[in-house]
Design a protein around this ligand. Sequence first.
Ligand SMILES: Cc1cc2nc3c(=O)[nH]c(=O)nc-3n(C[C@H](O)[C@H](O)[C@H](O)COP(=O)(O)O)c2cc1C
Length: 277
Amino acid sequence: MKISIWYFSGTGNTWYAAEEIAKALRIRSADTEIYSIEQCNADQVEHSIASSDVIGFGYPIYGSDLPLIMKEFLLSLPHRKSPVPVFLFCTQWIFSGDGTWAATEFLPPGYEVGWSRHFRMPNNICISLIRLPFTNDSEKIQKKVEKRIPSFQRFAEHIIENKPTRHGFTYGSTFLGLMQRSPFRRLYERLRDDIAADPSRCTRCGICIEICPASNLTFDDTGSVNTRGTCILCVRCYNFCPHQAITYMGRPHILSRGIPYRGPSGYNPAEHGRKIK
Ligand SMILES: Cc1cc2nc3c(=O)[nH]c(=O)nc-3n(C[C@H](O)[C@H](O)[C@H](O)COP(=O)(O)O)c2cc1C
C-alpha cells in the first residue's frame, strides 16, 4: 500500500506528528512518503497524489480552523476520477471541536475521509498580549510530545487495518468548533495584520524573512523588516527570531518569559519549513 502524507507545521508539532505517524505506518509495512506542503511543487503533488492508495493531511489548529496555507493547498488538489481514502489529523493545544472535519470544506470531490484524529500537543502561542502558558524547556517538550506516540501508533493501526475512526465528525463537535471558528474567521483579517519587527531588537539577520511560510516579511528600502499583509498567523517568525524582535499588536516578547516555544527536538523551520533560497 502506498501512502503519502502532506502536512503544514508552523512550529514543529505537526511535523512531529506526521513523522511519527509515517514511522508507525512503515513499521506496519506501508510504503509511506511524507511531504511538507511548503516544499513541493504542483507536478510533485499531482504525481504523488495520483500514485497514492491512501492520502493523509495534517495541520495545526488555529481557532478551530485550518491555516490559510493548508486551505489553499487542499483547494488546489487535483480532482480524482476514482475516490481515494483520506486520513486527516490536526495538532492542537487543548481543543478544536471539529478541527479535522473543518478540512472537509476544502477537500475536492473524490477525497473520502475514513480516519481523522485530533492530537494534543504543546501550546505554541507565546505572544505577550494574552500570555498563555507555554514551555521552552526542551526536556518537558520532548516528554509531552513523546506521550502522544501511542496515539499516533493507534491511529496508524486503524488506517492499516481499515477500521474507520473519525474524531470531530459529530454534530456536537461541529457545534463546539463553530463557536470558535466563526468569531475567529470574522476577526482573521484584523488578527493577521499585526506582526512587526521591533527596530530596537532587530539585527536585520533576515531569519524571519527566510522562514516565513507566507512570504509575508521583507526588507524595505531602508533595510528594516516590513510586512506584505500575507501573514497566516503561524507564529514561526515570532517564536524563532533569535533576538525576540518580532512584535504582535505592538507588543514585544516579554524577555523574562524566556525564549518562545520552538517545537520538539529536531525541528528546524529552515529545513522542514520554507526552503532557504
Ligand atoms: C493563531 C493560533 C490559533 C490557535 N488556536 C488554537 C485553538 O483554537 N485550539 C487549540 O487547542 N490550540 C490552538 N492553537 C495552538 C496550536 O494549534 C498548537 O500548539 C499546534 O500543535 C501547533 O502546531 P505546529 O507546531 O505544527 O504549528 C493555536 C495556535 C495559533 C498560532
